[in-house]
Design a protein around this ligand. Structure first.
Ligand SMILES: *[C@@H]1O[C@H](CO)[C@@H](O)[C@H](O)[C@H]1NC(C)=O
Ligand SMILES: *[C@@H]1O[C@H](CO)[C@@H](O)[C@H](O)[C@H]1NC(C)=O
Ligand SMILES: *[C@@H]1O[C@H](CO)[C@@H](O)[C@H](O)[C@H]1NC(C)=O
Ligand SMILES: *[C@@H]1O[C@H](CO)[C@@H](O)[C@H](O)[C@H]1NC(C)=O
Length: 498
């Protein structure tokens, strides 16, 4: 059986929480367990079913489990029924199902409606109450009618994007187009409609419509739009719901915008500093000015508060001594850094970046002072010397400190390394891929652990056999070059058993 390849948790998850390993102790009853054999059946039988694709080792999944179960128990008595289910997507037998469903990270939750005719990603909260509230809304109409000031007050949450259309009558092509859009984007935004603009808290109250008014917690706070082509409406909602500068701090109501920021195809410019400190205001206004200036030019801007940014600092390999700092991440994975900024540095530096004059920066752990264990430690700064230029056959494991399968593999690799201790041609190594950039296309690391072998002559092969000492050694024996062969075949020290 082939080894299971583990999917990386979304990088953005690192921004929000440290990974916790809490186990749930509650007995599970309400969440349906599905697998490849009965998934389709369950989806086609239900008008509304939510499926969580998870992996047993994933910390965020473990955290979600008790909340999900609680929500399932509350929702089991909802009318119409809302069913919550889960699939262990790391199971070999469910792999095809997971790839059909395009599961790229754990947990991924999807909402299936009308027997699976409509599928949407779940984009709601991860706590029981939040899940219940979100799913109740999702199972109701896509756009809610606002009939009173009270309706409007309840519906238009000051901290969210809320889209409301004003219509002279609740029929006609504009109304239908709006409903189509609401159906399409309902998992991401809240949609409402009304016959009376006077009920709405912001904007011109005498309009009769049809008009769409988008309420947002940033920038101009509301914005009107009158083109009812479905595509134009969608573009309007997507564009006007993106802040000029996305704010990242401890306020969870900002997190949806942070997720949006990371999902954008743009280069990402992030300014990290202490936002409660005295210097913050001049940075904020300069940054905002620059962000507005680059709007539509392929760069998105985020302002991150130091206090909330521990995960981000770890992810990018930054430290607090460097703040205020700006880091730009491009889609090819390169990073560009300007530490210890002054407000006046931002504009010229971003300009230089745009012109391709800034050099990328590489995250590396310090080079270890001692490297005496059987499995040698490689860091980004020693990758070139130890792996590419050592002239040896190198097995390299890319691991994450929190990854359970990596921990299981560690003693096995130790044994492999010990059995090669007297063979100077073979090096067994490991690299913490969460703390070091892997600046090369040579190694495609999509999950942990990922093991590669680079032969002395430079042939790179991924290891995807079983994670046993015997299989790994067999693999090394099959793929390694005898160093002697490379230089002079007649060298008498050639000692290998093959
Ligand atoms: C689906 O099949 C799996 C494996 O046979 C089983 O454990 C699970 O209970 C089934 N789920 C339902 C809802 O029938
Ligand atoms: C409704 O949307 C369709 C498709 O985008 C478009 O062809 C039509 O003109 C729209 N109707 C109105 C009144 O905007
Ligand atoms: C940010 O600055 C404030 C005010 O100077 C200070 O009280 C706070 O400790 C700082 N926070 C961090 C994370 O350094
Ligand atoms: C990247 O990989 C190539 C082989 O494909 C190697 O020659 C080169 O030295 C590597 N560079 C770095 C920085 O690792």
């Amino acid at each position: 059986m082939a080894t299971k390849w583990l999917v990386l948790p979304l990088a953005i998850a690192c921004f929000f929480t440290a990974i916790s390993a809490e186990e749930s102790t509650e007995s599970k009853e309400f969440v349906l367990t599905l697998d490849h054999s009965n998934f389709s059946d369950a989806v086609s039988k239900n008008k509304f079913i939510v499926v969580e694709f998870y992996a047993p080792w994933c910390g965020h999944c473990k955290k979600l489990a008790p909340e999900y179960e609680k929500a399932a128990s509350v929702l089991s008595s909802h009318d119409p029924p809302i069913v919550l289910a889960k699939v262990d997507a790391s199971e070999e037998v469910n792999k095809d199902l997971a790839s059909e469903q395009e599961i790229k990270g754990f947990p991924t939750l999807k909402i299936f409606r009308d027997g699976g005719k409509a599928v949407q990603e779940y984009k709601g909260p991860r706590d029981a109450d939040g899940i219940v509230a979100y799913l109740k809304k999702q199972s109701g109409p896509a756009s809610v009618e606002i009939k009173s000031v009270e309706d409007a007050t309840n519906f238009i949450d000051e901290k969210k994007i809320v889209v409301v259309a004003v219509f002279p009558k609740l029929s006609g092509e504009e109304f239908e187009n709006y409903t189509t859009l609401a159906d399409k984007l309902r998992s991401e935004y809240e949609f409402g409609h009304t016959l009376d603009a006077k009920l709405l808290p912001r904007g011109e109250s005498s309009v009769a419509g049809p008009i769409v008014r988008l309420f947002k917690p940033f920038d101009e706070l509301f914005i009107d739009f009158k083109d009812f082509h479905v595509d134009a409406l969608e573009k309007f909602v997507e564009e006007s719901s993106t802040p000029i500068v996305t704010l990242f701090n401890n306020d969870p109501s900002n997190h949806p915008f942070v997720i949006k920021f990371f999902n954008s195809p743009n280069a990402k410019a992030m300014l990290f500093m202490n936002l409660t400190g005295e210097a913050a205001d001049s940075f904020k206004s300069k940054f905002h000015e620059i962000a507005a200036q680059y709007k539509g030019e392929g760069i998105s801007f985020l302002l991150g508060d130091l206090e909330a940014s521990q995960g981000a600092f770890q992810y990018f390999g930054l430290n607090e001594g460097q703040v205020p700092l700006i880091v730009i991440q491009t889609n090819d994975g390169q990073k560009y850094l300007k530490p210890n900024l002054e407000p006046d540095h931002i504009a010229p530096w971003v300009k230089e970046f745009k012109e391709g004059k800034v050099l990328p920066f590489k995250k590396s752990e310090p080079v270890p002072k001692e490297n005496n264990e059987p499995v040698k430690v490689v860091v980004a700064d020693t990758l070139q010397d130890m792996v590419f230029n050592s002239g040896k056959n190198v097995l390299i494991e890319f691991y994450a400190p929190w990854c359970g399968h990596c921990k299981k593999l560690a003693p096995i690799l130790d044994e492999v390394a010990i059995s090669y201790q007297n063979n100077a041609d073979v090096l067994i190594t490991k690299l913490d891929a969460t703390a070091n950039d892997i600046p090369n296309d040579t190694f495609d690391v999509q999950g942990y652990p990922t093991v590669f072998f680079r032969s002395a002559s430079g042939k790179v092969v991924p290891y995807d056999g079983d994670r046993t000492k015997e299989d790994i050694i067999d693999f090394i024996e099959k793929n390694k070059d005898t160093i002697a062969n490379q230089e002079a075949v007649k060298d008498e020290t050639a000692k290998d058993e093959l």
